[in-house]
Design a protein around this ligand. Structure first.
Ligand SMILES: Nc1ncnc2c1ncn2[C@@H]1O[C@H](COP(=O)(O)OP(=O)(O)OP(=O)(O)O)[C@@H](O)[C@H]1O
Length: 477
């Protein structure tokens, strides 16, 4: 096995610290007991063996300002380095077991003849637009500290940038059997672009890329579900110490008149010319598919004005939908809903049409959380591939608000009488709405408008063509 080169990021004259762990923090003290430094355990990114003869010495890399609030206030003139390091002697085993990176993992180094490409994708408009700064102040210094200097940086210029990058480079390289690691600074949208592009590619023998998700979007449903949102260091630790896990997806089939709303308003045909007429309207998702209030609030809040409010934009748009400021009644969504359940014979699907054709909330999720505190499907386990539906019909808006509040308090809404909550293999909606405002479908935050009389069908997909870095399944519970 090829040994990774330990990186000497601290000069020979750097002071050496002893440390011990007290509760949630690490107390470090210099040789004469001076220079006492306290570092929160959660601020640590990783610990590397130090490049010295003394095998008891380690470099601990940690994050200053380890909160999303601090990150969101980062200005260009913030001191360049928010990643710091300290030289430790004989750190306690509790620290090493959690953070030691004895050698760089396969997703961060080429081994022998196996070449590795590393790409950093900065989605410039994700969330409140902090991805570029996160890269220059935090990620770039970290990569340099762990000895990584060879990687390509791609910054999005448009809503199509990630799709274009996948088509022109990432899929081509995956076809050549080159391993790739993608460090993705974005929300769920960037992830969906990559997942969708790899599933659209006709060659299933592609080498799956490993994606390290750095959550800089608004909802960050996947990252919240993977426990990467507790603090900014968590996703960096996962980048260094994680292992790839295949990402389950669902596939959405639309009626032929469907249009995609790019950047919230530009209409784009969904037809994929590389596929035939009957399979040309497919879209893949890894997080959520919805209609009704959820899809409407995601669509309505995707404007530059709403985006300034971060995740709060979803609640603001929900309020406007449930209690319209023009005084009109709350809308109930009209359509025929059919639930799909596979039989023991995997080629046979049982279809059950729901009697009532009026709906308010209709959502199917592969993950438990849609935001850090919004637990839409408490029984979901991220990356296990189970699709769960949350549905309720027309109810008074105050009651709908109450149900959403319960979702923000740990997901208690699924126990309420009005809510249907169940695992399933898919669903179909035949839309019976005249106004296209109520024919909007959300797939992982992307909005699709179905034509009058059109339909949408969502099914679990069996192929898993990309990997996401995670530390361990225990971290996700
Ligand atoms: N430079 C750019 N110009 C135009 N659109 C962009 C640009 N960069 C990114 N985008 C688009 O901005 C949107 C950002 O989506 P993303 O999902 O990453 O963030 P989000 O919507 O804030 O988060 P989440 O989906 O987690 O709620 C995507 O539609 C993406 O294509």
């Amino acid at each position: 096995m090829e040994m990774a080169q330990p990186v000497n990021i601290i000069s020979g004259t750097s002071p050496l610290f002893w440390c011990h762990v007290i509760g949630d923090s690490i107390q470090c003290s210099g040789a004469q007991g001076q220079n006492v430094l306290r570092i929160a355990m959660d601020d640590v990114i990783c610990i590397l063996p130090h490049l010295s003869q003394d095998k008891s010495q380690y470099t601990m890399i940690y994050l200053r300002h380890n909160t999303w609030e601090a990150i969101s206030q980062l200005e260009e003139n913030t001191p360049a380095r928010l990643v710091a390091s300290i030289l430790l002697t004989s750190p306690p085993s509790i620290l090493l077991s959690r953070y030691l990176c004895a050698e760089l993992p396969p997703h961060l180094r080429s081994t022998g003849s196996q070449k590795l490409d590393i790409h950093v994708i900065i989605s410039s408009l994700s969330g409140t637009g902090k991805a570029r700064r996160f890269f220059s102040k935090i990620l770039q210094p970290l990569l340099s500290d762990i000895g990584l200097t060879e990687y390509e940086v791609h910054q999005t210029q448009s809503a199509r940038s990630i799709l274009d990058l996948c088509r022109t480079k990432l899929i081509v390289r995956a076809n050549l059997r080159i391993s790739q690691t993608i460090i993705l600074l974005s929300g769920d949208g960037g992830l969906t672009d990559i997942v969708g592009s790899f599933h659209d590619a006709t060659n299933n023998a592609l080498v799956p890329p490993s994606i390290a998700l750095i959550p800089l979007g608004t909802g960050n449903a996947m990252a919240s579900s993977l426990n990467l949102l507790s603090n900014p260091a968590a996703s960096l630790t996962t980048l260094v110490l994680g292992r790839p896990h295949p990402v389950p997806t669902f596939v959405t089939d639309f009626s032929p008149g469907v249009q995609y709303l790019e950047e919230g308003h530009v209409r784009v045909s969904v037809h994929n010319p590389s596929m035939n007429e009957s399979t040309g309207h497919l879209r893949y998702g890894a997080v959520v598919a919805s209609w009704g209030v959820h899809a409407s609030l995601v669509a309505d809040s995707d404007t530059p004005e709403y985006r300034k409010f971060g995740a709060e934009r979803f609640q603001m748009a929900a309020k406007e939908l449930l209690f319209p400021s023009n005084g009109t009644a709350t809308h109930s969504y009209h359509g025929k809903l059919t639930l799909l359940q596979r039989n023991t014979d995997p080629d046979e699907t049982k279809r059950k049409t729901v009697e009532c054709e009026k709906h308010m909330y209709m959502l199917a999720a592969l993950v438990p959380r849609l935001e850090r505190d919004f637990v839409i499907s408490p029984e979901s386990v991220p990356l296990d591939g189970c699709l769960r539906m949350v549905h309720f019909g027309p109810i008074p808006p105050e009651q709908a608000m109450q149900l959403m509040a319960s979702a923000y308090q740990g997901g208690g809404h699924v126990h309420e009488r009005e809510v249907f909550y169940s695992e399933m293999d898919g669903f179909r909606i035949d839309l019976l709405e005249a106004d296209e405002r109520w024919r909007r479908i959300c797939i992982d935050g992307r909005i699709f408008v179905i034509e009058e009389g059109g339909w949408v069908e969502v099914r679990k997909e069996s192929r898993r063509l990309v990997g996401l870095l995670v530390r361990s399944m225990d971290d996700m519970e």
